[in-house]
Design a protein around this ligand. Sequence first.
Ligand code: PCA
Length: 325
Amino acid sequence: MLIRNILAFVAAGALTALAAPSVQAQSWDMPTAYAPANFHTANIERFAAGVKQATSGKLSLKVHSGASLYKMPEIKRAVQSGQVPIGEVLMVTLANENALYAVDGLPFLASSYTDARKLWAAQRPYIDRMLDAQGLRLLFAVPWPPQGLLTAKEVGSAADLQGLNFRAYDKQTSRVGELIKARPVTIQAAEVAQALATGKINSLISSAQSGVDYKVWESLKFFYDVQAWLPKNMVIVNKAAFAALDKGTQDALLAEAKKAEEAGWTSSREVAEATKKTLADNGMKVLAPSPKLVADFNRIGKQLADEWLAGAGPDGKSIVEAYQK
Ligand code: PCA
């Protein structure tokens, strides 16, 4: 008798637990890869707060920043396979899958916010389509501030970079490292501070924002404001997880994503300036690159663009043409 009561009690409890997610609030784990204080993370936290509010708590996103849940290169697969419903990925790192993901990593193709926006408009339909074919849906994308060169020593030309231990974050930064005859090593953002501290790297191309995240001033001295390109992070959702939401929640998620894209572009612009100042306040020399360094990077950029076009086929050409129109 007693046992039967206990079993009935347990069964009732289990039923409630099973029924709960569909009728009540849902919480989605959301892996991201960048520092909690980074503006991308802050923007995503605001997005999460907006989603919770707009759905009256029906959907909440639990942001796991700093690659604490998945490492950046694992996030896309985790979302695709449904291990998590939503996540943030650095788009250029998908170049091995398809070159079209990496058009925003080409030096000097689009190096201002206005141009980056135009390039995104041209690139977006292709990204939408590729993700859709993989059971994914693009929610929004936000650029990193313009990429600069961070070094320990003064640099006047590409030749000065020869032999440096150069940190890369994707195929194209790795190629830049090869072309300047440095020693490129691919390291994820979450591990850069450590790599700098141990001397594994002594140079990198990244944004001033990332320089602040990495506290580069502890080992490097120069930030050359090359403004070479603005790579984007994108937030993607698993299509099946999205389809399982009720219509009101789907609409709210999409509306908040739209807002997050706008807000993200605005804060990227703001932190582009503010973080250069933070670098300077911490003793870094924030400098314009010499004309020789710019010319060298232009030459490298040209070669990268040729290589990219060769790999990106007619769609790549269409993106660049649409952008340049
Ligand atoms: N920061 C990221 C990618 C681009 C950027 O500005 C990084 O350093 O990995």
